[in-house]
Design a protein around this ligand. Sequence first.
Ligand SMILES: [Zn+2]
Length: 276
Amino acid sequence: MMGSQFKGRVIVDPQGYRWDDEFAAGLNTFPRDDDECLRNRLVGRSDQQLLSAMLRTPDESPPEEWPSYDPFVKEPALFRIFASLDATPAAYLRFADQWGSLSTLRNARRHEQSRFVQWYATSASMANQIKLAERYLAAQKSGRNRKRPVSEALKLVNDILADATRISIKAEQRGGVVVSVMVVDELLNAMRLQLADMILELREFRSCEHCGKPFPVDAARSDRAFCSDNCRVKAYYRRRKKAIALRESGTTLREIVKETGSDMATIKKWVGSKGK
Ligand SMILES: [Zn+2]
């Protein structure tokens, strides 16, 4: 449902990002004072040139060849990743290098959402909204919420989308028919819509058993434990390696089964069947 409604087109600065007035106290700590929070802005490394071009001609767009991605397709749990970031300049910088800055380049001209304090407040507020959403979902599941599910969902979603502006709607051709699609080019708005969708679709998330990354639980594959095939394969090799190491240090097959969570047949295949 989501794919047919929303389309993200988030642009990432190919040069990466930087704090415009590097934090003297080091990137891994919370800024020392209010002044540092207010002064420092996270900007794209290519920004300056482009921004001055945009100032001259308001319609100037980022170059076509700049990479863009669709967060709804590439990372449906991006809002959760954002909400759980450490409150440090380094963590926000790493996030921006991978996913882009919170506002579009066009809006970055006005330095919207680029200060440290804005990253901090936005991430904390999203974490709080996720907590409320989870409480709502848990109540829905247990049936406790039967009396006022609609008004509560309405309030939650409207609070989340209150600051989401500048979402455009375009017509697109899909499978031979013309449909209207919401096009989101601001990363923060895309993440707000992901959170709203979690509430409206009663979507559950789980943490990957291998890397810890959150991913949406698909009703058709609700026993899925890994975020990707890559992690599933890595976890397999990690278990296998562990089983072999345990065997070499004299652990019984039964104990290895318990330690690794793999079944006896698999363990025997990995370490050979001789043993206790
Ligand atoms: Zn993973």
